[in-house]
Design a protein around this ligand. Structure first.
Ligand SMILES: *Cc1c(COP(=O)(O)O)cnc(C)c1O
Length: 218
């Protein structure tokens, strides 16, 4: 059994090692600690250890869990990493700084409207359906150029591309493909890599890894 600080140090070390191997700077990789279904008492040690970026996937859960933490720690950034319904856009704009799951025009429109109303616009990653899986969210690769144009014509700052490789496949080729799409379309940020594959993702250019279980379980 190890504690939160030890697990966090290990994850940071793995990020640093992967960055070194790829001749990248570890500072260019943001660790987004995924705290869905974790209690405040599990989150606080990470904040104390200097984690500033947190990922969640349910608006309702965040509305209950985060306002108190946020007012105690105003420097934190909250990332929406799950599928977002357009009718939750107003709440999402109030709660989140970054949205990793923008994948359709109707959601873009809803976020723009919500942003106008709130006077603040979240940064957005466009989620790409990198493995062309029916059950997964994300823009089809063929539709990406047109959708990026739409996002760039909106007031939402474009943070980058996000993807999740198919579960049962080696992730490397999918990460490499997402990085190639980013290069082709002049996008800088890459949200890719989870507990099972974040070192590979960092080697292939990830700038934001979304790590949950590796921070909480041995
Ligand atoms: C849950 C989740 C993660 C974190 O997964 P772990 O395997 O626990 O690291 C990352 N990204 C998304 C979109 C998730 O839903």
């Amino acid at each position: 059994m190890s504690d939160a600080a030890t697990r966090l140090a290990n994850v940071r070390e793995q990020i640093a090692r992967a960055a070194r191997a790829a001749r990248r700077r570890a500072e260019d990789v943001t660790l987004v600690a995924v705290t869905k279904q974790r209690g405040v008492e599990e989150i606080e040690p990470l904040i104390a250890a200097g984690v500033t970026d947190f990922g969640e996937n349910r608006v309702q859960e965040v509305a209950g869990k985060w306002p108190a933490l946020r007012s105690a720690h105003p420097n934190l950034r909250l990332h929406m990493i799950g599928r977002l319904q357009s009718n939750k856009a107003e709440e999402a704009v109030e709660l989140f700084d970054v949205i990793h799951s923008l994948d359709r025009a109707s959601l873009l429109d809803a976020l723009v409207k919500a942003g106008e109303k709130a006077g603040r616009y979240p940064h957005v990653y466009v989620q790409v359906n990198i493995g062309a899986e029916d059950q997964k969210g994300g823009v089809a690769i063929a539709d990406l150029p047109g959708f990026l144009d739409q996002v760039r014509g909106s007031p939402l700052p474009l943070a980058g591309l996000m993807a999740m490789p198919p579960l049962e496949k080696q992730p490397g080729p999918y990460f490499a493909l997402l990085a190639e799409l980013a290069r082709r379309h002049d996008v800088t940020g890459l949200s890719m890599g989870m507990s099972s594959d974040y070192p590979t993702a960092v080697m292939l250019g990830s700038t934001a890894v979304r790590v949950g279980s590796a921070l909480f379980e041995d």
